[in-house]
Design a binder for this molecule. Structure first.
Ligand code: NAI
Length: 264
């Protein structure tokens, strides 16, 4: 059992969902974001800071024995904010972890780290990254940083390439990439439960019949996602027309991101 778990990006979509679901992991949950996290409960402490502020991040990490790192720029953006939060911010987080007790880390990577792999071939966690934009590149950087800090200093990180974590799948690509909130919470539970973690890459995806990803390499973790996007196929078919056969949404894992411009 951890004493204090830090969750960055706690005001965001996943942070808000995981706050209640991960309550059992530690008696104190430290919630952080660049915007204020509202309505703290008795077991929660709130620290508002920019991940790009090195000294603040060092203070943030001190005294935590686990980190769920959701914070950062979560979609395609101009380089400066991506660089601040996802590049500099990540280095500051790992430096603080190195100096303050080597907490175990869950790093929220993304399917956009492998966005330019084709959808028609199932891939596992040994493929070379093929990011689909600056956001995806920043996630590949994060994966490399986690790996280096594991090899060099023994800091353990679960690199989770999250698919699409939303209440339910709402388009055809999400029938493959959907991750339910409960399955994500189950995965994070396993990440902090396994006696030895190392630095595995895990695809954050529910038990979808149409998944693009093969998680057999991390079966040893004992994570068994329960939800299946297939249950929503009829609903998606009724709501959305099928994309054309040559649309980015059906060619590439990263979908529309592969056709996105560079944001200046
Ligand atoms: P979100 O955008 O709702 O939450 C991210 C949070 O990070 C926001 O509350 C934002 O204020 C905070 N943040 C941004 N810049 C910051 C900075 N400089 N300093 C401190 N905090 C900052 O995103 P969401 O959906 O909750 O995603 C969480 C994580 O999971 C992100 O790292 C994202 O890249 C990753 N992810 C999420 C997916 C999803 O389906 N929701 C898919 C793939 C990856």
């Amino acid at each position: 059992m951890m004493n204090r778990l830090l969750m960055t990006g706690a005001a965001g979509g996943l942070g808000t969902q995981m706050r209640t679901r991960l309550k059992h992991l530690a008696p104190t949950i430290r919630l952080s974001d660049i915007v204020e996290v509202t309505d703290p409960q008795a077991h929660e402490e709130v620290v508002t800071c920019d991940l790009g502020d090195k000294d603040a991040v060092e203070e943030l990490v001190k005294g935590c024995d686990g980190i769920v790192h959701f914070g950062g720029v979560a979609t395609e953006h101009p380089w400066d904010p991506i660089c601040n939060a996802n590049i500099s911010g990540l280095v500051y987080l790992y430096e603080a972890a190195r100096k303050h007790g080597h907490p175990r880390i869950m790093f929220a990577s993304s399917n956009h780290a492998v966005g330019f792999h084709p959808q028609n071939k199932v891939i596992d966690n040994t493929v070379y990254p093929q990011p689909d934009g600056l956001y995806g590149v920043s996630k590949v950087f994060g994966e490399a940083l986690a790996n280096a800090y594991h090899s060099k200093f023994g800091i353990e990180t679960a690199i989770v390439r999250i698919g699409s974590c939303f209440p339910k799948p709402t388009d055809h690509r999400m029938l493959s990439t959907w991750l339910s909130y409960d399955d994500l919470a189950g995965l994070i539970g396993r990440i902090f439960d396994v006696p030895r973690l190392g630095c595995p890459i895990i695809y954050g995806v529910s038990n979808n019949t149409a998944s693009f990803w093969d998680n057999r390499q991390v079966k040893w973790m004992g994570w068994q996602p329960k939800d299946n996007a297939e249950d929503y196929r009829a609903e998606v078919d009724a709501a959305k027309s099928k994309p054309a056969k040559d649309a980015p949404e059906v060619l590439w894992i990263g979908g529309a991101y592969t056709a996105d411009k560079i944001h200046e």
